[in-house]
Design a protein around this ligand. Structure first.
Ligand code: 6PG
Length: 246
């Protein structure tokens, strides 16, 4: 299946410039939003620098209390575990900015995965407006695995792209770690989808996906295309090294 996906691609020389660009996109979208802004954050290691940068440089430049914080996925571990996306976000951002606890919607990785997937789906349903009969995030931040996964939708679990549920349980193909993840239809229903990808180790997967090379149909991230919203790729020059002209 070949599909055309319209997206904005921005390539940066440094993580600082990329982080600043993300912050400015967030500020622009926040200012255009009259109600609270429903933001789903990414986990993994890439966002860690961005969260630190935001905490250090955008303490007062962003109206943090206007944001409802969600996560695109979570590892099924306690929030005290170093594997926890919530812990990484709390340590690097949430503990350093002025944000109401009531606006933080943590995926409870310590709970039974199947019941927490249902619980978090209900929390999303209760707090987000609907569009196309699905909850609509204002912005979803995504990372990209070297195997083409995004959130916790892995290449051997492509059905999660079209799953009827809002959140579902995924299993990391190598570590067998259980994860809770937003499903593809909810991700694609977001007003803004922002991929953040850095490092030379991501250059092949970035090139395969952005240039829709033949094997890209095997990668979940290839199927992230907003129904109505914007798709923005923020990548550093290392991750862009195989793209034409770089
Ligand atoms: C997670 C993330 C996952 C991540 C990619 C890239 O929970 O790990 O949501 O989708 O974004 O695996 O991870 P890095 O940024 O660590 O390369």
């Amino acid at each position: 299946m070949v599909f055309s996906v319209n997206y904005q691609l921005k390539i940066f020389s440094s993580l600082e410039e990329l982080s600043e660009a993300f912050a400015e996109i967030l500020i622009t979208e926040l200012s255009a939003s009259k109600d609270n802004f429903n933001l789903a954050l990414s986990g993994g290691s890439t966002p860690k620098f961005i969260y630190k940068f935001l905490a250090e440089n955008y303490q007062t430049k962003i109206n943090w209390n206007k944001i409802n914080f969600f996560w695109g996925d979570e590892r099924c571990v306690p929030p005290t575990d170093d594997e926890s996306n919530y812990k990484m976000t709390f340590d690097n951002l949430l503990s350093k900015i002025n944000v109401y606890g009531k606006n933080i919607f943590r995926i409870k990785g310590e709970e039974n995965p199947e019941s927490e997937a249902k619980n978090y789906s209900n929390i999303i349903l209760h707090n987000l407006p609907q569009q196309n009969n699905l909850p609509a995030f204002d912005m979803i931040m995504l990372g990209l695995g070297e195997d083409g996964h995004t959130a916790s939708i892995f290449p051997n679990q492509m059905y999660l792209l079209n799953d009827r549920d809002i959140c579902s349980v995924a299993v990391h193909p190598i570590t067998k770690q259980k994860r809770i993840t937003l499903t593809g239809r909810v991700i694609n229903n977001s007003r803004n989808i922002v991929f953040i990808v850095t490092g030379k180790n991501k250059s092949k997967i970035v090139n395969d996906i952005l240039n829709r090379r033949l094997n890209s149909k095997n990668y979940p991230a290839s199927f992230i295309k907003p129904v109505n919203g914007k798709l923005i790729w923020l990548i550093d020059k290392e991750a862009a090294i195989l793209l034409e002209g770089n």
